[in-house]
Design a binder for this molecule. Sequence first.
Ligand code: ATP
Ligand code: NI
Length: 340
Amino acid sequence: MDPIRVFQPASPSPKPAKTSDGGFAAPHNPHGGEAFHHHHSHADGSRHVRDHHLLNVEHLSVSFRMYDPDEPFFRAKRRLVNVIDDLSVSVHEGEILAIVGASGSGKTLLADAIMGLFEPNALVRGTVYFDGELMDAQRLAKVRGRGISFVPQSVANLDPLMKVGRQVQGFGRRGGTRAERVRKQRELFERYGLAPEVADMHPFELSGGMARRVLLCCALMESPKLIVADEPTPGLDLDLAVRAMDDFREFADAGGGVLLVTHDIELALRVADRIAVFQSGTVVEETAVASFASPELLAHPFSRALWHALPEHDFATVFEEEAIENPLTISGTEKELAVL
Ligand SMILES: Nc1ncnc2c1ncn2[C@@H]1O[C@H](COP(=O)(O)OP(=O)(O)OP(=O)(O)O)[C@@H](O)[C@H]1O
Ligand code: NI
């Protein structure tokens, strides 16, 4: 039986807390190293090892504790809102898995869960294996930046007080000398069209697209096995977005794995090996990129709607015809589970 683990932070924890050296600190761990609770003990002493996958996410569920905003606080009932529901995905060595889906469908929550970043009101269940090893919140925090690199969706993940050059260099600190890190940072800046003087700027001085490129450079500074990239391209010119995709492809071809969350299906189809179509917190279809050649090859109505929404296809009519559950709204993500 698969081990089921529950993560239940008891006190507020900032998402990616910044450290003074520009790396992300481990999240506050309210359970002093026991952030995950075993539901099952493994008396047989079985080692939790899986082969051939860099990343296995199995039966992931994420819920949030919420108060009903319409009730006065003394009567307010807490309830659980389930956002991710029994989700499983895997990334192999040498592979790019793209996650596409509507806004609010839980893509960022998946990325955050893999990175071991949890909101204080989140309740996370499920199993994550990285490189064959069963992970818990502490281990995920440990491999963050040392095995799994993260390109976060929010540029707020940059340290506002530190010059961006130093921040990027800080990400490579585990390997090489300072001079090598500086050289690599400069190479990456040049590759992504960031002028040398950008290194001396603070995040607030950057445009959105520049900040996103800096985040990308941070992830590429490291030598990870897996890159988790959450919307790495908005605000980038097409040629830079394509360059980022090419870099991911090159990284995967060298044996790495990439989990790429993106709104941009066209870009995803360009580089990914497989596409996982997300709707309302779960994968409704996982398929080879080749299936997106024609809607007949796609099994789920939402995947077909995405196909028709591609610029080279005529999307309007199909959305009307197949106006199933209006795929572009987030209704349906909030499944009320329980009144606490
Ligand atoms: N701390 C939280 N408490 C309650 N609900 C939350 C919390 N964090 C996220 N959510 C909800 O979870 C849902 C999924 O959010 P998520 O950011 O994962 O979506 P997404 O697919 O990444 O969307 P986008 O494409 O816009 O980035 C949203 O409805 C969001 O409001
Ligand atoms: Ni997101």
